[in-house]
Write a protein that binds this ligand. Sequence first.
Ligand code: SAJ
Length: 414
Amino acid sequence: MKKICVMGLGYIGLPTSCMFANNGFEVLGVDIDKEIIGKLNSGKIHIDEPDLEEAFNEAIGNNKLKASLEAEPSDVYIITVPTPLNGNKAELKYVIDASREIARHIVRDNIVILESTSPPGTTEDMVGKIIFGSSGLKPGKDYYLAFCPERVLPGKIIRELVNNDRIIGGVDEISGRKAKEIYDSFVKGDIYLTDLKTAELVKLVENTFRDVNLAFSNELSIICRDYDIDVWKVIELANKHPRVNILNPGPGVGGHCIPIDPWFVIQNINRENTLIEKCRYINDQMPIVVTKRIIDLVSDIKNPKIAIFGASYKEDVADTRESPTKTICAELSKNKVNFAVYDPIASDFNFKLSGLNDSVKDADLLVLLVGHNAFRDIDLKEVSSLMGKNRILDTRNFFDPELAEKNNFQYYKI
Ligand code: SAJ
């Protein structure tokens, strides 16, 4: 049996640790956060994700997973630390720290795998060099080095960890094959082998492709307003073409991957006016565009109140990081517009969260920013009876316009 040390116990590291622990490995999860380590070792998880608790309980129950502040000698080291955006560049300090920690323990024939999303070149030029600098061990010669990015969708992490295809880049062919053997323990999808830099760019390109598509649909939503045409109808009909697949416009692009990874693609190349950069700006503008629309829709009301539905970055997840709602709330505050936010799932939001009734009481405009399934059960009749003016701005094409109008709402969408 092999021992795996997983560095970083966040959204990817913890579920990945559980999968390895439940599929034949002894796993030590390492994190710098004392609170997280204490919580995990007392049998509780700090991440809200379907099926994760069951997987974690199995791993802990079988004594296959432990959490610690420090790494230990292991056969395999996997780095799953965050690589956030700093300015418009990747902040790699956590990758550097994790590599240094691994360098303290690594011996010949170990396997080191970077999973954290990183600019091309990071695995070899940063992880490989740090480990060589401290241990004198060369990747491909003395130990195996690979990059194996995650591709899972928050809300479906466990299912997608098992079923998605994966890409692995190796510093050499055998490193790729060694890493594949490890993931083959639980991955049912196909695993494709390539070189390090290609694998690093593939990960970034996947999210950049989505960002560019989203920028297109968001720009379309603005153009359609100029023409006074329903953007949702345009996209629905255009998507009937067998080779067209436009995503849905919305109040902005959130999360900690799609708005960030495109910057990693262009950060180290000397090019101006890239499509990728323009798309980033278009998507980042959307919360401002939506705020202007909100203010416009209540411009006839003295001291209007806005009820905002949805604080998380997308539907049916609790995560509020990089959520468009945050920017919209900040803009409304700046413009001294009174608002209340209702979200039945979200946690850790920068602005106060209210209950359903408090949020809509005396509100003049209900703005739906996130299409949580839980909102489907809302009784629009009751909501309209509590509101001042009955207006809805639906940024996700979520409500049935006929039903909204039947319940005395003036219904607007983006
Ligand atoms: N969004 C729209 N319209 C859409 C789809 C999404 O406005 O039609 C918005 C969402 O509301 C959200 C943002 O885009 O604010 C991002 O959501 P998402 O569901 O597109 O992506 P993430 O960030 O939850 O997960 C992505 C996934 N990447 C791709 O689909 C290419 C996931 O597979 C990756 O593993 C993940 O990034 C990651 O960790 O990199």
